[in-house]
Design a protein around this ligand. Structure first.
Ligand code: SAM
Length: 277
């Protein structure tokens, strides 16, 4: 004969109990293997919170806890702070440029870009959105000027390449009309969440070039699942065709590691090489 609720197991079974209209336990019996192990007299007025009672029943209690957890309204996600703020806080907190700037993706990007720079005899490169410098450490460019919206990223790059006189870095707000043979945008366009930032960035990209622009990005307007995040895909080829019709899309190189659902294993960015007419 059990004397309390602590010894309950899966064979235990409640019978004849009901809750009064304030959630209090009114009366009934607790059966184990059809034998009464605890009787509560009618009129017993001690209030037992239903949640606490059920929680103590092995197995049933666990299921109930999972159910209540699932039914609890999700805490509303903090609103996206804006692309510039997002990147600065990410780098300031010790974060990096993301998987697209490392490992197999960095290798693929460097191979394509170094080959283009060598074949086209590019003498100077400007990059808008240089990031943490990891991608750049694989680059073979004669002269390079990198801009970024994050002061932490710029400081990191300056430190990383302090002994390399061919590379310099600036905050993008300090851009003052410099030009280069090749202007690059690598893994940046689908992070330009705000329309005005996107438009300003695209115009600067083409205005800064003496003849070549390379974009490594997704090219779609489908943003299903990315709402409210730091990703906003853009059908940028249509934007370029409309706003810079004299620039020709000279080459499209699909990604060697296309995205098949896992962002760490595959990228949704391809290479798009533009040439001034
Ligand atoms: C995913 S990282 C890519 C870094 C680098 N291009 C690479 O391929 O490794 C995107 C970078 O774009 C920068 N960025 C975001 N918005 C920008 C803007 N409006 N102008 C310049 N850089 C920006 C971010 O701070 C970040 O460093």
């Amino acid at each position: 004969m059990a004397t309390g609720l602590a010894g309950l197991n899966q064979a235990d079974f409640f019978s004849g109990w009901w809750l009064d209209n304030r959630g209090g336990l009114s009366s009934g019996m607790l059966l184990r293997n059809n034998r009464c192990i605890l009787a509560v007299p009618a009129g017993w007025q001690k209030r037992v919170p239903m949640k606490a009672l059920i929680k103590r029943i092995p197995f049933v209690g666990t299921l109930q806890q999972l159910y209540w957890k699932a039914m609890k309204p999700a805490r509303p996600r903090a609103p996206f702070p804006g692309s510039a703020e997002y990147w600065e806080s990410r780098y300031a907190a010790g974060g990096n440029s993301g998987s697209g700037s490392y490992a197999q993706f960095a290798q693929f990007k460097a191979e394509v870009l170094n080959d283009f720079v060598a074949k086209q005899r590019i003498r100077s490169v400007i990059e808008f959105g240089c990031g943490d410098g990891n991608q750049l450490s694989l680059a073979k460019y004669p002269q390079y000027l990198g801009f970024d919206v994050s002061s932490t990223a710029v400081a990191r790059c300056r430190e990383l390449f302090a002994s390399d006189p061919t590379k310099s870095f600036e905050l993008v707000s300090n851009y003052s009309g410099q030009k280069a043979d090749l202007v690059m945008s690598l893994d940046v366009i689908y992070h330009l969440v705000e329309d005005s930032v996107y438009e300003g960035y695209m115009r600067a990209l083409f205005a800064a070039s003496n003849g070549h622009v390379v974009i490594y990005a997704s090219d779609t307007d489908n943003n299903k699942g990315y709402e409210g995040t730091h990703v906003r895909h853009r059908k940028f080829t249509a934007w370029v065709a409309q706003h810079f019709p004299t620039w020709q899309l000279a080459q499209h190189i699909p990604n060697r590691h296309p995205n098949r659902g896992d962002d760490e294993k595959g990228s949704f960015a391809d290479f798009y090489f533009y040439k001034a007419a």
